[in-house]
Design a protein around this ligand. Sequence first.
Ligand code: SF4
Length: 271
Amino acid sequence: MTEKADLQSVLDRAAAGGRITPEEALVLYRDAPLHALGAAADAVRRRTYAGTEHIATYIIERNINYTNVCVTACKFCAFYAAPKDTDKGWTRDLDDILRRCAETVELGGTQIMFQGGHHPDYGVEYYEKHFKAIKDAFPQLVIHSLGASEVEHMARISGVSVEEAITRIHEAGLDSFAGAGAELLPERPRKAIAPLKESGERWLEIMETAHTLGVESTSTMLMGTGETNAERIEHLRMIRDVQDRTGGFRAFIPYTYQPENNHLKGRTQAT
Ligand code: SF4
């Protein structure tokens, strides 16, 4: 058990904007009282949003899945259909997508998240066409969508660089990237649950490229497939290092593994 004074000094440093080591983060994760952690995080939030720190906001957003056809076969995924599985696979046409955008606007929504599988035919041109059509019909909708994995995939399909892919879909209407596909960035758990996805380093490199090109993003973490606490901390460190360089991550969204209907079948990775 770590001494209370030691914990508080690490928390005070973090709250003041200092950096903590992975070892210190692991100690906090294991031993720090929840309220002390919350107070340190709140101190950072109040400093970051000084002047508006008393305001909490929300938006109404709709997630529009454009296809479940995917070549990447992540082991935790209950959504995808392999391209040859024509019984399970589906795609939405543009009219259907625009109808869903219209419903979103009617309900007071301001943002859509366009999310789907890595379809073997969908290159940069597919996303350019759809983002442009959405913005032409609903210029008031923010398109916060896709992530580094989709960029890597569409660039490969179209035979262009990720810089070109990002620039073109941004010009077509994409406002910001969602943090999709981060899953777990460290090599061991990533290979265990998403062996066909790009590496964690590559995911971050593409996000950093997007930030540098003026497209901000969020970031995510999938928890609960058997990763260790140290691997969770390493995931955070990897994201933090990019954030310290670009400041382009607007939010961090951790979410939990749902065990039904996927290859892991509720089993977790061996650790
Ligand atoms: S890339 Fe996305 S849709 Fe495809 S298998 Fe992985 S999580 Fe599922």
